[in-house]
Design a protein around this ligand. Structure first.
Ligand code: GDP
Length: 526
């Protein structure tokens, strides 16, 4: 591929993640997007859980039991000259640090909100990580075919809770059974939800005053008149659309629709593809940036999925390509070890199959079969590029377990396993400050199960885990440390770099501590 071709290919990429609270409709909207892209032929194929379509997958046992599918971790399709990569961010119990890390590998995010529920806990958590990265965030307010909350209310909540400006690209005309359509501010038209109730025309043009140009029965409908009034109000009092702010993640374009009835999804997709960025330059550890059009291949590993099948110890390392072209069989350098690696067994993930690929470019995600060479955060590069990409952040764990080896005679394999899994980024490790007991921390329950399973299968170490439950982890400056600060409502611990932290029982315990020691700064990770 020559430089010009590479640029054209890279510019066509749109790599993003959908973030939402469970049940807001992420799967449903993903399926609609894949249907538009022709990547699947029927709805219901994304989650194995629902259809059993992935039953033949020989992937990890836990994956099968829980219906998580590696094939749905990355989905790719083409639409309107763009190549779209959607990265999945699992919800529910499958939530893990990988979910957060996936957000390090995208160029933008789409936030799906249930119109009856507004901003929910998990959306807020994921939003925080996206916001911190400063990448564009698009909002889709879903389930407009049901009675939900007032749209103005929802925008206000979004701005207040997430501290971001919002700009409605369109505005609902009614909701629930009374949903007539959307007033499409961006495209200056009205899109009807039920054109069959009128003359079959789906799109109605607007005149200069912002009203439906031709005669139409909807013009007499008070629901429509209300929407026009709302839009006028928003245009007077609200913020203007500002692409620069969108690109910096300081303004979110908001769309309304219904994924289930496939209303407003295509309109959303088209505007999203217009404004979402192509792959951007990526930062290195020495604060330089690598251009995606740089001809030499480079990328970083953001997630490792272990194979839980004892007969296949292999894993898949997910790599985000940051520059150049991947070609099958190419030789690259693994920066951490300076070892040369040949990339021959590599897959790209399609919606309904894992395929062996020949070529991919910056913006794409590839899955490298791994026999234990890679760690989360690793950089791979071609030729003399000689770079290390920015380290991935660590995330404040929320769940904790005390762990021990079941068999005291097998301490050695226990320590080895823990050290390796911690290094790989599968789990976080702490020790109590005074007694050196092992505590592991995670952001999701699944991480513990995977940890226990892999300790047994890969390191032949059975572990006993005692749940400590939810805790709030806060780091303090070692010079502030006084062992008397330790109480029954917190656990004093140290992380694997020896830094002191407290695991507080709850918000109350943390506030009590903060009041008692006002000069001690409590710090969290991301
Ligand atoms: P996820 O957990 O975010 O992936 O949510 P799903 O896509 O699995 O949707 C959760 C439930 O909401 C399912 O029963 C969907 O059929 C339903 N749902 C999704 N989108 C809509 C919508 O636009 N309208 C209505 N009424 N239901 C929806």
């Amino acid at each position: 591929m020559d430089k010009q071709e590479l640029k054209k290919e890279v510019d066509s990429r749109r790599t993003f993640a959908i973030i939402s609270h469970p049940d807001a409709g992420k799967t449903t909207i993903t399926e609609q997007l894949l249907l538009f892209g022709g990547a699947i032929r029927q709805a219901g194929t994304v989650k194995g859980k629902k259809t059993g379509n992935f039953a033949k997958s020989d992937w990890m046992e836990i994956e099968k039991q829980r219906g998580i599918s590696v094939t749905s971790s990355v989905m790719q399709f083409d639409y309107d000259g763009k190549r779209v990569n959607i990265l999945d961010t699992p919800g529910h119990e499958d939530f893990s640090e990988d979910t957060y890390r996936t957000l390090m590998a995208v160029d933008s995010a789409v936030m799906v909100i249930d119109s009856a529920k507004g901003i929910e806990a998990q959306t807020k958590k994921l939003f925080k990580v996206v916001k911190q990265r400063g990448i564009p965030i698009f909002t889709f307010i879903n389930k407009m075919d049901r009675d939900g909350r007032e749209p103005l209310d929802l925008l206000e909540e979004l701005e207040d809770l997430l501290d971001i400006e919002s700009y409605p690209m369109n505005w609902p005309i009614g909701m629930g059974r009374g949903l007539e359509g959307i007033y499409d501010i961006h495209n200056e038209r009205v899109e009807l939800a039920h054109p069959e109730n009128y003359d079959g025309k789906r799109f109605l043009t607007l005149d200069k005053s912002g009203n439906i140009a031709d005669e139409h029965p909807l013009k007499q409908n008070s629901i429509y008149q209300q929407a026009v009034e709302d839009v006028e109000l928003l245009q007077e009092a609200g913020d203007d659309f500002d692409l620069e702010k969108v690109e910096e993640g300081n303004q979110t374009p908001v769309f309304f629709g219904s994924a289930l009835t496939n209303f407003g999804v295509q309109t959303f997709l088209e505007a999203f593809l217009e404004y979402a960025p192509a792959p951007q330059a990526h930062k290195t550890q020495d604060d330089k940036k690598v251009d995606p059009y740089e001809e030499e291949f480079s990328g970083f590993v953001f997630k490792i999925q272990a194979n839980m099948n004892p007969a296949h110890r292999d894993r898949i390392a997910f790599l985000r390509i940051c520059s150049g072209t991947f070609t099958r069989g190419m030789e690259v350098t693994l920066e951490r070890t300076a070892k040369k690696m040949k990339l021959s067994n590599v897959t790209q993930f399609m919606a309904d199959a894992r395929q062996n690929i020949q070529e991919a470019v910056a913006g794409d995600i590839i899955g490298i079969y791994d026999t234990g060479n890679y760690q989360v955060g690793d950089t791979l590069y071609e030729g003399k590029l000689g770079i290390a990409y920015e380290e991935l952040p660590s995330f404040t764990p929320e769940l904790f377990m005390q762990v021990n080896a079941k068999n005291v005679m097998k301490q050695k394999s226990f320590y080895k396993g823990i050290q390796q899994l911690v290094q790989e980024g599968a789990i976080q490790l702490y020790q109590t400050y005074l007694t050196d007991d092992y505590i592991i921390g995670a952001v999701g329950q699944l991480q513990f199960e995977v940890f226990q399973y892999r300790m047994k299968n890969e390191y032949n170490s059975e572990v006993v885990m005692k749940p400590l439950g939810h805790k709030i982890a806060r780091w303090i400056d070692p010079k502030d440390l006084d062992k008397n600060m330790h109480s029954s409502r917190n656990i004093l611990a140290k992380d694997r770099f020896g830094q002191p932290l407290f695991l507080f029982e709850n918000e109350f315990a943390m506030r009590w501590f903060a009041d008692k020691y006002p000069n001690v700064e409590l710090k969290s990770l991301l």
